[in-house]
Design a protein around this ligand. Structure first.
Ligand code: ATP
Ligand code: MG
Ligand code: MG
Length: 610
């Protein structure tokens, strides 16, 4: 279990639980109204939170913060968190996104089925209620149909410096408005010809309270309700109702919705209260009291990352990346494919905490969480990137022709308690693969790895370097061979007998470096995808910049590699630490037996300051 730091939301919830704020939730209206409520009688003493994505894209790392927060609070306080699709805007929504969101929440480790009927909640299930509530607002004089153009409405709303101007349609009678609204709903008016607005205060200092639009006409097929509706509620109207119907107690959203809170409260109050109409009828009590409350927290801003579904969609549709699950994408699908684990993301959410002021989180914080999770868990393996062949020219003479020296290393550096660490088996022989960068024909000053004999100051030949083959023998470099283009195709060395690691002679020769290697006899060819940050700019979408311009042209380098034989059995999603290179994951899409593909998840050390 992670340590739980207190924060303002925990304090609020603890206070509400202590006071029993929601224990007495009830309706003022007739019991029949309760039938409209979707929740089917939840325990009112519990807290209820919700995670309400709009199914218009894949979830990203910012959503992970919100998921961990909402589901985490519900879990910690014995409450329930609803997964709700906020599908009130049919133009941009589609079922592919619904599936990807369910997948991502589940993968992150949260059981969204706990509080419901086994299905996620869908805002579109409340369209009937929302419409009925709209008629109620009209009947009670709290809403009117406005036939001004969208442009006129915008201009007449005013701004911070001046009050708005009343619409000429603002003082129509409720009966007239009700007739218009019913015509809108029946499809008797063109898209955009009129809207339904709340009737609040055109001089209100908060512009969101100047008669906000709550319904508009849109002839768009909805992915769930089809063509049943040609009018759709706006988010600011739909959201509070969704929360109230599901008996949410604490509705957590990001700070940019702070200015919407007065309308959230206004709307729910109008639907909770009862009113006597001029004809004597008492109406209202559509929702239970007390209503849910909205609280705002700072959204996640992560350096080198854009967290906007619209911008992420642009990267996908303009083929700047290879789909929503490209390992460079900050989507949960991308992070998963990159090698991120649910535990690492939960740790990240816990570590960044929740605050009420916006700030930037350094990308290295996220990477640190992944390293922390993988360090004790990931099996070790040897991978030689950009390999060149090393031939031990005296091997047959010293060891015997065709002889392969078996070797083993533990798969984990710290065996998990009560679990024997499995061993990796491999062979040393006359021919090995080493990293191309571990040999320099003309070594720069201070270079300690392989270099050949070279003339000294007095004309005498100095010997080549001696290095240790990790877990194997000490070798002395003797030379190299190049092809016609000058590319080094082979490095030669001699093995120093009786120096194998773990034997009494191991320390008889002092060396300054050890290099990694894989045997030619049992090494396995693999593709390794070396990922780097997707953007070069720490704030790619700040200000007026076009974020596309700060894309890193080198964010992916595909490298050929030879990996040790144990890695041939890796399954998709298996994670490893490749000695000296970092943490890698077998790609969950392209890795297949016989054609291994590994993605760099994160380097061993923080390289973001490089
Ligand atoms: P985007 O701007 O990427 O489209 P959104 O806020 O419109 O994101 P929704 O699907 O409406 O996306 O969001 C679902 C929930 O996730 C909301 O409650 C929202 O506040 C939260 N959320 C979205 N982005 C972040 C973020 N960067 N940090 C924290 N929470 C976020
Ligand atoms: Mg949205
Ligand atoms: Mg947004």
């Amino acid at each position: 279990a992670l340590p739980k730091a207190s924060n303002f939301l925990r304090q609020l919830i603890e206070s509400d639980l202590a006071k029993g704020t929601y224990a007495s939730r009830r309706w003022a209206g007739s019991p029949g109204d309760a039938a409209h409520h979707a929740q089917g009688g939840p325990d009112p003493a519990k807290i209820r939170t919700r995670f309400p994505p709009e199914p218009n894209g894949y979830l990203h790392i910012g959503h992970a913060k919100s998921i961990c927060l909402n589901f985490g609070l519900a879990r910690d306080y014995g409450g329930v968190c609803h997964l709700r699709f906020d599908d009130t805007n049919p133009e941009k929504e589609n079922p592919e996104y619904v599936d990807s969101i369910i997948d991502a929440v589940q993968w992150l480790g949260f059981d969204w089925r706990q509080g419901g009927n086994g299905q996620p909640y869908q805002a579109s299930d409340y369209f009937d209620f929302m419409y009925r509530a709209a008629e109620h607002l009209v009947e009670t004089g709290h809403a009117y149909v406005d036939e001004q153009t969208v442009e006129q409405i915008r201009i007449h709303r005013g701004d911070f410096s001046k009050p708005g101007v009343d619409s000429p349609f603002r003082n129509r009678s409720p009966a007239e408005n009700l007739a218009r609204l019913r015509e809108m709903r029946a499809g008797q008016h063109e898209d955009g010809s009129m809207v339904l607005r709340a009737r609040i205060d055109m001089a209100h200092p908060n512009i969101n309270m100047r008669d906000p639009t709550i319904y508009r006409i849109r002839r768009t097929t909805h992915h769930r309700t089809g063509d049943t509706w040609c009018i759709y509620p706006l988010y600011t109207y739909a959201h509070p109702i969704e929360d109230a119907l599901e008996q949410i107690t604490h509705s957590l959203c990001t700070l940019e919705f702070e200015d919407q809170r007065p309308f959230y409260d206004w709307l729910l109050e109008r639907l909770i209260e009862t009113t006597r109409l001029p004809d004597g009828r008492v109406v209202g009590g559509l929702l239970a009291s007390p209503p849910p409350r909205q609280y705002e927290f700072a959204r996640l801003n992560l350096t080198y990352v854009v967290t906007s579904k619209r911008k992420l969609a642009q990267l996908v549709y303009d083929h700047k990346v290879d789909g929503w699950d490209d390992p460079r994408m900050p989507t949960l699908a991308g992070l998963r494919r990159r090698g991120y684990t649910p535990a690492a993301l939960q740790l990240f959410a816990e570590r960044i905490g929740v605050t009420k002021s916006d700030s930037w989180i350094d990308y290295s914080t996220l990477e640190g969480c992944l390293r922390e999770d993988l360090e004790p868990k990931a099996h070790r393996g040897m991978a030689v990137l950009n390999p060149v062949k090393l031939v031990l020219t005296n091997w047959d003479a010293v060891m015997g022709a065709g002889h392969l020296e078996p070797g083993t290393l533990p798969a984990l550096p710290h065996p998990i308690e009560g679990q024997a660490s499995p061993l990796r088996h491999f062979c040393i022989g006359q021919q090995l693969w080493i990293e191309r960068e571990d040999f320099e024909e003309h070594p720069p000053k201070g270079y300690k790895r392989l270099y050949p004999p070279r003339p000294g100051a007095d004309g005498q030949m100095l010997p080549g370097s001696t290095v240790r083959l990790k877990g194997g023998y000490v070798i002395e470099c003797t030379g190299c061979t190049k092809d016609a283009t000058g590319t080094i195709v082979q490095v030669q060395a001699t093995v120093v007998p009786d120096t194998k690691s773990g034997t009494p002679g191991a320390n008889s020769v002092k060396v300054k470096a050890a290099i990694t290697w894989v045997g030619v006899a049992d090494g396995v060819r693999a593709e390794v995808r070396m990922y780097d940050r997707l953007f070069l700019d720490a704030h790619p979408d700040a200000g007026s910049k076009d974020f596309i311009e700060s894309l890193n042209p080198d964010s992916l380098k595909v490298v050929s590699a030879i990996v040790e034989p144990s890695l041939a059995h890796a399954k998709p999603d298996d994670k490893f630490q490749f000695e000296r290179h970092g943490y890698f994951v077998a790609d969950r899409v392209d890795h297949v037996p016989g054609r291994p593909v590994f993605n760099l998840a994160v380097g061993l050390k923080d390289s973001w300051g490089k």
